[in-house]
Design a protein around this ligand. Sequence first.
Ligand code: G3H
Ligand code: 13P
Ligand code: NA
Ligand code: ZN
Length: 328
Amino acid sequence: ALISLRQMLDHAAEHSYGIPAFNVNNLEQMRAIMEAADETDSPVIVQASAGARKYAGAPFLRHLILAATEEFPHIPVVMHQDHGTSPAICQRSIQLGFSSVMMDGSLLEDGKTPADYDYNVDVTRRVVEMAHACGVSVEGELGCLGSLETGQAGEEDGVGAEGTLTAEQLLTDPEEAADFVRATQVDALAIAVGTSHGAYKFTRPPTGDILSIDRIKEIHARIPNTHLVMHGSSSVPQEWLAVINEFGGDIGETYGVPVEQIQEGIRHGVRKVNIDTDLRLASTGAIRRFLAENKAEFDPRKYFAVATQAMKEICIARYEAFGAAGQG
Ligand code: G3H
Ligand code: 13P
Ligand code: NA
Ligand code: ZN
């Protein structure tokens, strides 16, 4: 059944666990997520980005998620819109039946230019007013995602700051976070702590100077009742990078957010953990390996099946590591 993000995260806070929020674009990702949730008895958050809407079309995405609730009626599902860049975009998702939307007012409508604080408060508050009137939850974002090593936002279609960000923009300020939540009444707050979208997050295994779990602790201490969201939280499994590179791929040395650091975040108020890249890496590795080893095969169902299995294993591992398993 579809439920709101607020309902799901309130339960997660009460029972001290986190929930992976997986991006969906196609049937194979959807099936991997649902089968993993079914096997581990986990609640589900699936999110559609602007890129996903461009790829699959909003009606197909919506029906894909609704089909999941039909096949797995016992699993609670949040249908979330990821990184909305304007109130109008969020409004369309609310009309389509999403149970949660993200108004990312940390950037202007172009999805590139860092916005000022007052703009962010204004657009986010407007979305909260509209969404809450419809029983829909809202995630806001304060601070800009990006690397503390380079000041760059990381690659992704549609959302991500252009140019070099300052240390100030890259770490959410706890005092400002408290003011933002009070002024907007958001249900969940995405914070910047040094993570960025995509596979190239860190040039070395992250230490506290480039991934600030301390900042999460400071924010949680200031606003203990706010559900925190970590974006850019793929772990970038080294095993999958090796498989991709062994079977014809070319991905340079790179590191993601270690699962243990996410678990530390979950002990300090993180309730939603956004993951897209890990499923992309696992499916690409599985398909590259399958096609290299089965050169006469041309039935897409065969290579999509190994991709689904690879993604499902990641989903199961995250549900278990974040404590969501058994909470469905
Ligand atoms: O927001 C981040 C997700 O990784 C979405 O990426 O815009 O390429 O679908 P995308
Ligand atoms: P990753 O690129 O680390 O998977 O992050 C996804 C994300 O934050 C989607 O909003
Ligand atoms: Na989101
Ligand atoms: Zn994100």
